[in-house]
Design a binder for this molecule. Structure first.
Ligand code: ITT
Length: 196
């Protein structure tokens, strides 16, 4: 079991206000024997077209406040026919127009390609920040299917006939954008530990 150890001897902290992210990240890191502390905190996010920039700025901001090893995860869905919208604004769009609004914007749009992206920013000190990303290509369904969170009921990963929500958390965990990013973090961490 690897405990991600911070400066004060505490475990590394995953800062997020989203309990679904905690569940998924705990499952993925758990497969590598890695544990973390969850801090349920809302923090200000910069406005940018780049998830990498948003995640980096959030990690730096939180490090200045908390002064411990921590990571954040920023994610978004990018719809081809909407020129990548909502992308970095996914959280706001989910809270405002939601999935019905996205489906309405895409009514009678034949090209339904989209991608889900996740960026994890892991910070150990002001000048020691690492980014890990994961992308899953897919399409937007015609109707909402399944009951899970966020855009899960309308996103069909490439190669599947089901939305993330229909396939359920375990199957989603095996192939999701978040899984890909977290797996890169886990591999990087386990390599560092074995070199010690
Ligand atoms: P934190 O910033 O506190 O971590 P958040 O929910 O605001 O939580 P983001 O800023 O990364 O997270 O916003 C991304 C939004 O995109 C999120 O609120 C969901 O609505 C949606 N989203 C991200 N990943 C998703 C996934 O795997 N399945 C469904 N929706 C997802």
């Amino acid at each position: 079991m690897i405990s991600m150890v911070g400066q004060s001897g505490d475990k590394v902290v995953f800062v997020t206000s989203n309990p679904n992210k905690v569940l998924e990240v705990r499952g993925s890191l758990g497969e590598y024997g890695i544990t973390f502390e969850h801090l349920n905190l809302r923090y200000p996010e910069i406005q940018s077209d780049s998830l990498h920039q948003i995640a980096s700025a959030s990690a730096r901001y939180l490090y200045r406040r908390l002064k411990c090893h921590l990571f954040v995860e920023d994610s978004g869905i990018f719809v081809d026919s909407l020129n990548g919208f909502p992308g970095p604004y996914s959280s706001y769009v989910q809270k405002t127009i939601g999935n019905p609004g996205i489906l309405k914007l895409m009514e009678s749009v034949p090209c339904r390609g989209s991608r889900f992206e996740s960026v994890v920013a892991y910070i150990k000190s002001a000048d020691d920040l690492h980014l890990f990303s994961g992308i899953v290509e897919g399409s937007i369904s015609k109707k909402m299917k399944g009951k899970e969170w966020g855009f899960d009921p309308i996103f069909i990963p490439l190669g599947s006939t089901q939305t993330y929500a229909e396939m359920g958390i375990e199957a989603k965990q095996r192939l999701s954008h978040r899984r890909a990013a977290i797996e890169r973090l886990a591999i990087w961490m386990t390599r560092k530990v074995s070199k010690r």
